[in-house]
Structure formats: C-alpha cells, structure tokens
Design a protein around this ligand. Sequence first.
Ligand SMILES: Cc1cc2nc3c(=O)[nH]c(=O)nc-3n(C[C@H](O)[C@H](O)[C@H](O)COP(=O)(O)OP(=O)(O)OC[C@H]3O[C@@H](n4cnc5c(N)ncnc54)[C@H](O)[C@@H]3O)c2cc1C
Length: 284
Amino acid sequence: MSIVFNMNETFIKTARQRELYELPAGHAKAFAPKAAHYDRTGDFPFDNFEALKASGYTALTLPAEKGGKDISLYEFALVQETLAQGDGATTLGIGWHLGIMMDLAARREWKEATFAKLCDQVVKDKVLINRAATEPQTGSPIRGGKPQTEAVRTDNGWLLNGRKTFTTLAPIADYFIVSASIKGSDDIGGFLVHRKTPGVRFKKTWDTLGMRATRSDDLILDSVELPEEAYVERIGWQDKDHTPPGWLIHIPACYLGIALACRRDAIDFAEKYMPNSLDRSADC
Ligand SMILES: Cc1cc2nc3c(=O)[nH]c(=O)nc-3n(C[C@H](O)[C@H](O)[C@H](O)COP(=O)(O)OP(=O)(O)OC[C@H]3O[C@@H](n4cnc5c(N)ncnc54)[C@H](O)[C@@H]3O)c2cc1C
C-alpha cells in the first residue's frame, strides 16, 4: 500500500494534533512495505508492535497522570486513520488496546488500584489488552447476546469455562477482558484474565480473506481459576438503554485509512500503467 498523508492534513487543527500525527505517520511509512506480506501469510506482525511499544504509541489514550497522553476521541480517530494507511491489521489490533484504555479511563468503574496497576504495566512493561467478548452464539456482543462462557463463584473467587471467537491480538495481548454469564444470575461480568493463567489457551482458527494479521483466533477457557478481584466490571451491553460507546470509532477510522491507501494505490496504478494499445497512461 502507498501512503496519502496529505488527506489527513485537512483534519489537523492544532499544534498538538500535528505532533501526534507525526507518530503514526512515521510508523505507517515503516509498516507499509511489509503489510502485504503479513496480509498474505497471516503471520502476526510482532515487529510492528515492538515499534509501537517503543515509541509510546501504546500509551496514547492513558490519562496524563497515569503516564499517557490523554488523547481525545478526535485525536484517536486521527492517529488510527493515519496508521491504517500503512498496515490495517496492526492498526485494528492496537485500536482495541487503545480504545479499551480510553474507555476505562473515561468510565472509571474499575477499582482504582486495579486500573492504576494496569496503566502502570502499560507504561512500564508495555503490556497490551483486548476484550474477548464474541462467541458464535452471541453474534456481535454489542447487541447484548448472553455469553455461553460461564463464571461460577468458588470459595476463593471464580471458575471460568467457555470459548471466545474473533480474539484479535491472540498471539500478543497480555490481558483479555473476558465477558461471562454469572451462574445463578442474569448478570454478565467482565473478568480480567492474564494469558498465562492455567487453563487459558488459544486455537488458530483465523483464516479470513482480509485482516489476516490481526490473528483474531479463538480463546479457550478450560476451568480457569481466578481470584475474587478478577471480576472487574458488570457488563451492560444487554441493558435496554445501552448505546455503543464512542471509542468504537477506532474501527471506522481504521477502515477509512485502509480505503485511503487503496485509493492512492489505484491512482498510482492508473497513472503509471499504459497498455501498448495506448500512447499514454490514464490522466488522473
Ligand atoms: C477483524 C475483526 C476483528 C475482531 N476483533 C474482535 C475482538 O478482538 N474481540 C471481540 O470480542 N470481537 C471481535 N470481533 C467481532 C465483532 O465485534 C463482531 O462480534 C463480529 O464481527 C460479529 O460477527 P458475526 O459473524 O457473528 O455477525 P453477526 O453479529 O451475527 O451478524 C452479521 C450481520 O447479519 C445480521 N443478522 C444476523 N442474524 C440475522 C437474522 N437472523 N436476520 C437478519 N439479519 C441478521 C446482523 O444484524 C449483522 O448485520 C472482530 C471482528 C472482526 C471482523
């Protein structure tokens, strides 16, 4: 894919946005030459994520007092649309992580100590997080389907069993917020699960036509024992008054970035290609 950063120039309104924009623009230039390889093979772009961690991109949506840049929703869309012009799959993956951190910071519904520890780990240890919410039976979780993944109370905390599909960042995310139905109630809980917890495993199921390098494989929870505090939030997607949160705008931002790069590629091709039946290439 080639890159059309000038398309984003229209949307840069402040010096801060200009500075923020330079970060994904640099990453996109570095990622673009490898994007087709990752898309074809479905290999996970670990090197891209190392670069995003090293530059501080993975902490952009954290509050400033927690070591982040506290970027706005507008700025989030701007940086993600820019990054996606280099590599769409990498952008969608990091978009989940950044969006979740933005959402947690805005809602502040987690225990402060748990949220503060996670932020600290994102800044210092460069950990990544995603939500594992989708299951074949629920379809898109945002419409409130009840998870078949089940959480049972134990003397020491919780026992989780289930299977999640579409788990983006499966090869790399340190934590997943797993949605599970609480046995004996109508509630759905969000459980913070570290990838190395005994009983957690991943199955390579992701073999799609596009976005292959997101590696959105299955996450399997097989009698996963969790401490009491792993229950971090009540999930309200099933509530009647629930509206989809704004941070999900990272998804259209990503796909718009991909579309901009595709447009640029098509124009490049038309400008350069000249069949021998013609005496000039297309005049774009
Ligand atoms: C690249 C990618 C990455 C993702 N990453 C994650 C992730 O990290 N974590 C996560 O939890 N999820 C993730 N998702 C999943 C996403 O959030 C949705 O849950 C998922 O795409 C829903 O797919 P589905 O096939 O189950 O579609 P569905 O939600 O079942 O529906 C597809 C469409 O069909 C319509 N439809 C369905 N049934 C009917 C019917 N009976 N009659 C009429 N219309 C119907 C729906 O309204 C919808 O428009 C990802 C998805 C993609 C594509």
